[in-house]
Design a protein around this ligand. Structure first.
Ligand code: MG
Length: 422
């Protein structure tokens, strides 16, 4: 038996925890560079504003209805996510963190009534973090997802929907009402194809012959059919697999022309990627850098280049990786273009054990270097990202993301700590 716990309108809800005045008001959180809506409060959804709607297109509606917009505050969301996940861990030893605001729990080892347990989870998360969650409970992960969808949609479930507690007539009706686009793992493109084959609802897909589905579509969709019929095919993944590649890329807040500024951005991205690399105790065997102009500015001359270089030794050293990345940048940079985005990717990741002893490492003493990186990570963890950085990462950062409506980092910065009373 599985439970899927999902925070409602996660980013918006995080903002509301620290600013209760936002309760009941239409609120959106915008993507990087304040581009489009990535989280919407129910009030905003009710206004018919779709996910990923560009902010500049909803300015007018926003003014009319007093929509309050925030820049994404990932430091806040990541911290709130950790709090929710550690609370959920108390309720079941079997936990799979599926995304920043979603988590599967295995309930097989838990003897009590599952709906009651769900209610208690919900109340605890609400009380301890201030965040509202909905919970779907079912014999398969796919059905648990579906139940979560129902719990969100229908207030009569009071936030917890358990498949086994629905009578058969209700189960049937739900299957006929919910469209396949809502099913876990069925994306938009697949929906279109299924529609062409006359499959529109969950009920249609359940009735389809699994073997035919496998041949016509994929073994993955066949599993989905089995799961909808109540046969578990997808198990919990207890340990999130280590990333096979690490990408750090951003669109710039303003166009960038000089190599110097691109180098600042690339250095900053390498530092972030290398930090992630060390956190999962990997080393990179190759590194790629890309830079590009904005293809939407059709009148501008366009340029885009992506170059991958193998490293002579796998490395997790910020200094070495930065050196390699800037070497690549020097070769791909062309003056005269308005650059809109750059990125760094670390590839051919491998465990970093045993690579420190190489005799001919070109860098300084590898042990000293490892200590330096470790110290840098510690300082940056405690004092905030980028507190200690290479000079090549620069100071001005005119290229940084636009975040005009960024809220304070209430839970991760001492200076932003909220003050109660008065
Ligand atoms: Mg959610």
């Amino acid at each position: 038996m599985f439970a899927l716990v999902d925070v409602n309108n996660f980013y918006v809800s995080c903002q509301r925890v620290f600013e209760p005045r936002l309760e009941g008001k239409p609120v959106v959180v915008l993507s990087n560079n304040d581009g489009c809506a990535v989280s919407r409060s129910n009030e905003v959804k009710a206004l018919g504003i779709a996910m990923a709607k560009p902010w500049h297109q909803m300015r007018e509606v926003a003014e009319q209805h007093g929509i309050i917009a925030y820049s994404s505050n990932y430091a806040l969301y990541a911290d709130m996510s950790n709090r929710v996940m550690s609370i959920l861990r108390r309720f079941s030893p079997d936990q799979e963190i599926y995304s920043i605001d979603e988590c599967f729990l295995g309930l097989d080892a838990i003897g009590r009534d599952h709906t009651e347990l769900g209610m208690e989870i919900r109340q605890t998360v609400q009380k301890w973090t201030g965040l509202p969650v909905c919970i779907g409970i079912a014999p398969t992960k796919t059905l648990a997802k579906l139940c979560n969808h129902l719990a969100k949609k229908h207030s009569r479930f009071a936030g917890v929907c358990e498949w086994a507690k629905l009578d058969q007539a209700t189960q049937q009706r739900v299957m006929q009402e919910v469209t396949i686009g809502e099913i876990w793992g069925v994306g938009r493109r697949l929906s279109v194809k299924l529609n062409e084959d006359g499959i529109f609802t969950v009920a249609d897909l359940m009735k389809a012959d699994p073997e035919t589905i496998r041949m016509r579509y994929s073994v993955v969709l066949q599993r989905t059919v089995m799961e909808l019929r109540g046969q578990p095919c997808i198990d919990l993944e207890d340990v999130a697999p280590d990333k096979q590649q690490i990408l750090c890329s951003r669109s710039f807040g303003q166009l960038v022309y000089s190599e110097h500024e691109l180098a600042e951005a690339v250095s900053t991205y390498v530092a972030r990627a290398a930090e992630k690399l060390r956190r999962q105790q990997s080393a990179a065997g190759a590194l790629a850098v890309f830079i590009r102009t904005n293809p939407n500015r059709e009148k501008d001359p366009q340029y885009s280049k992506h170059v991958l270089v193998p490293l002579s030794q796998p490395s997790d050293d910020t200094l070495q990786l930065t050196k390699a990345a800037l070497w690549v940048l020097k070769r791909i940079y062309k003056p005269g273009y308005a650059y809109a985005k750059a990125g760094v990717m670390l590839l051919e990741l491998q465990p970093n054990t045993g690579i420190q002893g190489h005799l001919f490492l070109e860098s300084a003493d590898p042990i000293k270097r490892a200590n330096l990186n470790e110290t840098m990570d510690k300082i940056n963890r405690q004092w905030g990202r980028g507190t200690l950085r290479l000079a090549s990462a620069g100071f001005n950062h005119g290229w940084k993301m636009r975040q005009n409506n960024l809220s304070p980092c209430w839970t991760t910065k001492w200076a932003d700590l909220p003050v109660a009373g008065g």
